[in-house]
Design a protein around this ligand. Structure first.
Ligand code: NAD
Length: 481
């Protein structure tokens, strides 16, 4: 059989130990694969490449379309970007898929509850877009970017995955009660997409309740689709229910490329000690082999791994601190057990996933009517709310715009609401709206107002207030009418 080439990124910390174990097991299974070993992460940063991902690695992934990746250390602080996030974005691997299933032999407080779910985390948008600014010396801002297109892709992927794996229920977990436009966009899109999958039950759940229910009744979940940051947190939580990071696999799926990796990081505290649990990367390899259509090899490795964990007493120290084996001993045992069948374990039958096709046109949401009804001008000032408000009222006297309100940290502070005196900083959002309620704000009028404001105050950011087809495209401040 012709061998398929996989890009192998060994990664940082425990990465070479766990990917090395997975590689040995895959080779021992007889799977017809060969490896192209590439660099990314800490080693690359140290060589002076601040992207963390060299061109050879990018080209290799592009060519092979499948990669097995060890964890990459993320530099902490300012400057370098995360190599992980760079890889996800470069290849638009928009779905981060994390199966969470109870494995016989791994004792947890939830053993016997038959937890078996998949968390589908949107993988490229949200606060991970990495667009951050210091607005004033003491106020930082990050943009939470959620697109209709991104939501449709991830929602459809979740339903397609449910179909392929014969799952019956998809939860969409968002914080749409608070972030009505951003998180709300996933909820709204999910509800629209759900209509195309009538055989699958679709439910929305608020993310904090989802976290709660995951601990109270984890067996009630089947597929959960969610935004990037929510997904990051709840998938770690969910992995804790079935035995922890040592056994939690994952994949990053895009239209062209799929990258398989454990949920865990480089575990610097145990790196090089020979004690890391390779199960998560072995299970990620099983997902990879299935993705490549090598179902028999995937099943053989999954059976041998579950047999080892369930029927022999051979476990690494995270699962059996009293009587642990080393990473190498564990790997040897899995290899020895290739071909054995695990008790109480059924391989989930799955069909190849039909990848969702979403319009490639970047401007995919068209509207009939749009109107700019005002602008939020953000000002850095040490005046108090009243003094700033009065000054802006005067400055805007002969403008087509009037000051509607000022908010600080999201709460209206001018005009003051009752006797409320919220804690304020030097970052004021000053909302101006058109005097002509049916008009459309002209750039020249906005520019003229900003020029006047600029003579008296320091403004740092402007946001137009838009209406699309009569729907407001902005939210109100806390307390605003
Ligand atoms: P971590 O997952 O590396 O470690 C958390 C804890 O879990 C540690 O105590 C570690 O020893 C333990 N642990 C993790 N995997 C284990 C395994 N397979 N077997 C036994 N114990 C295991 O998380 P962290 O310490 O927050 O992150 C360390 C570094 O990894 C950071 O630089 C972080 O940015 C990076 N990271 C990378 C990825 C990735 O590449 N996908 C994911 C998460 C974190």
């Amino acid at each position: 059989m012709l061998k398929k080439t996989i890009t192998l990124i060994e990664g940082d910390g425990v990465g070479p130990e766990v990917t090395g174990a997975a590689r040995r097991i895959i080779e021992a299974s007889g799977a017809p694969v060969e490896w192209e070993i590439c660099l990314a992460g800490a080693k690359v940063f140290k060589m002076g490449d601040s992207s963390g991902v060299p061109e050879e690695t990018i080209n290799s992934i592009k060519r092979n379309k499948v990669a097995l990746k060890g964890p990459l250390e993320t530099p902490v602080g300012f400057g370098e970007k995360s190599a992980n996030v760079t890889i996800r974005k470069l290849f638009e691997t928009y779905a981060n898929v994390r199966p969470v299933r109870e494995i016989p032999g791994i004792q947890t407080p939830f053993s016997g509850r038959h937890i078996d779910m998949v968390i589908v985390r949107e993988n490229v948008e949200d606060l991970y877009a990495g667009i951050e600014y210091m607005q004033t010396p003491g106020v930082a801002q990050g943009l939470k970017i959620i697109t209709r297109k991104g939501c449709e892709k991830i929602a459809r992927y979740a339903f397609e995955l449910a179909r392929a794996e014969g799952r019956k229920l998809v939860h969409c977990a968002t914080k749409s009660n608070i972030m009505k436009l951003t998180e709300g966009l996933l909820k709204k899109t999910f509800e629209e997409v759900a209509k195309d999958y009538p055989e699958i039950e679709a439910k929305h759940i608020i993310i904090d309740n989802c976290a709660h229910q995951l601990v109270i009744k984890p067996e009630a979940f089947d597929v959960i689709v969610t935004t990037n940051l929510n997904g990051d947190i709840i998938s770690d939580l969910a992995s804790g229910l079935v035995g922890g990071l040592g056994i939690a696999p994952g994949s990053n799926i895009g239209d062209e490329v799929a990258i398989f990796e454990a949920v865990h990081g480089s575990a610097p505290d145990i790196a090089g000690k020979g004690i890391v649990n390779p199960t998560a990367v072995i299970l990620s390899s099983v997902l990879m082999l299935r993705h490549m259509g090598l179902f028999d090899y995937a099943n053989k490795i999954e059976e041998a791994l579950v047999y080892t964990l369930g029927e022999t007493n051979i476990k690494t120290s995270d699962l059996d601190p009293k009587n642990p084996v080393s990473t190498t001993e564990f790997t040897d045992e899995v290899i020895k057990n290739l071909g054995k069948k695990a008790k109480d374990w059924e391989i989930r039958s799955c069909k190849p996933i039909k990848m969702p096709v979403v319009d490639k046109n970047p401007d995919m949401v068209k509207v009939e009517n749009r109107r700019v009804v005002g602008a939020d001008i953000f000002i850095e000032s040490d005046l108090d709310a009243n003094a700033l408000g009065k000054s802006l009222d005067e400055i805007s006297l002969d403008s087509t715009l009037s000051l509607k309100m000022i908010s600080n940290r999201g709460v209206q502070v001018y005009p003051q609401i009752a006797d409320q005196k919220p804690d304020v900083v030097d970052h004021w959002r000053c909302r101006f709206t058109l005097d002509d309620v049916k008009g459309c704000l002209q750039d020249i009028d906005l520019a003229s107002l900003m020029a006047k404001i600029g003579t008296a105050h320091r403004w740092m950011h402007v946001e137009k207030l838009k209406e699309f087809d009569g729907h407001s495209g902005f939210t109100k401040a806390q307390g605003e009418n």
